[in-house]
Design a protein. Sequence first.
Length: 167
Amino acid sequence: MQIARRSLSLLGPALAGFKLAAHDRRFIAVSVLGTAAVAALIGIPTDVLANPWYTRMTAITTEQYVWWVVVSLLSGMLLATYAMGGARAAPHSGLGSGFLGYLAIGCPICNKLIVAVLGVSGALSYFAPLQPLLGLLAVLLAAVGLLVRLRFLAQGCPMPASGAHAS
C-alpha cells in the first residue's frame, strides 16, 4: 500500500506543467469514452458487468470492483493522451495494465488457462490469493504509463514513433 501512496504522490509534480489537458474538451471526452470502453472490455468477460454471455462461478469481491474502476479510469486517461497529438508510441503499458487488470478481476476458476495449469483447487488455492497483487501491478503500470505520457506532453516533447529504437 505504501508503494501505491508513493506512486500517487509523484503525480502532483508531474502534472504541474500539464495545464492544457485539464481544460481540453477532447482530452475529457476521450478519457470518458476510453474509460467506458476499457470498463466494458474488462467487465463483460469477467462478469463484473452482468451480461448473458458469461457466468461467473465465484463471487465478485469489493476489491475486484476497485481494481476494475481504477484500471478503467487510468487506462481511459492514458488513451486520451494519444488524442492530444504528437507521434503515437506503442501503448505497451496500457495493454499490459488491461491484461493484468483482467486477470486480477476475473473469476479464478473461469479462466481456462489457469485451470488447465493449476486445476480448480490450484486456481482457488494459489491463483486467487495472487489476484490482489495483479490488481496493484495493473494500477501501477497504468499510472506509470499515464505519468510518462503526461510528462512528455507537458514538456512539449515529441513521443517516440512506434517501433523506433534508440541508437
